[in-house]
Design a protein around this ligand. Structure first.
Ligand code: CUA
Length: 332
């Protein structure tokens, strides 16, 4: 090969690498990591991406060079010269991918093993998915609709489902796991910064799949210990109904000014009085019925079967507190 051709090939390769490298680097493909496991997965992501960019650039350089250099003249209808394979080339283009793929699999296997290790100090939380809500049960037996975990300590999530397939995913923590009935799938998350991150169901599970969301709050270890010691109440003087409202995840879907909740997946609970009137029922009876059987009355514009039935899910005392709290604080 002539020296000039080699220089042209290299320039083409560098241009292709620069373009794809820029696309890989400047577009924020991944959310900002909040966990040690996510950091490791990010490392694998970049490891594979660098290899992919290099392979792409090499192929593009040869392709573009060949298309331009060996293009047939407009009136040239003759066949090209006969060629045989090139043993040396074939060995090279078999050996290089073999090495690269082996390297990727080794790096991935190491990360996978590290990411499923919880250590001796793990916090164990049971996660139950059901159409269309999440429940988190702590070692002391308390159950909540949102997840709170301490920073810096591995949390082992034991994930199962009550009905169909769901999948647990917190993008910032990167770990993702299917929720399957009669099966306990485990993942470990070790948060490295505090904050509030979305929990997303990432397996199509029915009408309410898109709204099957909750959130995880990563707390400073001291704040978490205090919260756990207080039996999961965020403030001593908190209304017990408000605690149920937040604990059962109502705040994940409904706007309710008194609870400082602004979610817009389900109907606004600030309008409960008007909605009870629409249903032709007394306020408290309407609220109770809607919690236990959300399909009994549907606000216009909302689909049936999206909100889970809480029949048998809330202790009677909590249900009473919740109904009273909603009735007392409903605006219109
Ligand atoms: Cu549960 Cu999608």
């Amino acid at each position: 090969m002539r020296r000039g051709s080699l220089v042209q090939l290299i320039v083409l390769g560098l241009v292709a690498a620069a373009i794809t490298g820029a696309v890989a680097y400047w577009i924020p493909w991944l959310p900002k990591s909040a966990g040690e496991e996510a950091d490791r997965i990010e490392f694998v992501f970049w490891f594979v991406t660098v290899i992919a960019v290099a392979v792409f650039a090499t192929v593009m350089a040869v392709l573009v060079y060949s298309v331009v250099k060996f293009r047939a003249k407009p009136d040239d209808l003759s066949d090209g010269p006969p060629t045989h394979g090139h043993t040396g080339l074939e060995i090279v283009w078999t050996a290089i991918p073999t090495v690269l793929v082996t390297a990727i699999s080794i790096v991935s296997a190491i990360v996978l093993a590290q990411n499923s290790r919880a250590g001796d100090n793990a916090l164990d939380i049971k996660v139950v998915a059901q159409q269309f809500a999440w429940q988190f049960t702590y070692p002391n037996g308390q159950t909540y609709g949102t997840l709170r975990i301490p920073k810096g300590r591995p949390t082992r999530l034991d994930i199962t489902s009550k009905d169909v397939l769901h999948s647990f995913w917190v993008p910032q923590l990167a770990q993702k796991q299917d929720a399957v009935t009669d099966q306990h799938n485990r993942i470990v998350v070790t948060p490295k910064r505090t904050g509030r991150f979305p929990i997303i169901c990432t397996e199509l599970c029915g009408l309410g799949h898109a709204i099957m969301r909750s959130h995880v709050e990563v707390m400073e270890p001291a704040a978490y210990r205090q919260w756990a010691r207080s039996g999961g109440k965020s403030a001593a003087n908190e209304d017990p109904g408000l605690a149920v409202f937040n604990g059962q995840g109502c705040n994940g879907c409904h706007t309710f000014a008194a609870a400082a909740s602004a979610a817009q997946i389900g109907p606004s609970l600030d309008e409960l009085r008007a909605e009870a009137k629409g249903a032709g029922k007394p306020l408290q009876a309407f609220i109770r019925e809607s919690i236990l059987d959300s399909n009994a009355y549907l606000e216009p514009g909302y689909q049936p079967g999206v909100m889970p039935s809480f029949e048998g899910q809330i202790p009677p005392k909590d249900l009473d507190a919740l109904v009273q709290y909603l009735a007392e604080n409903a605006k219109s």
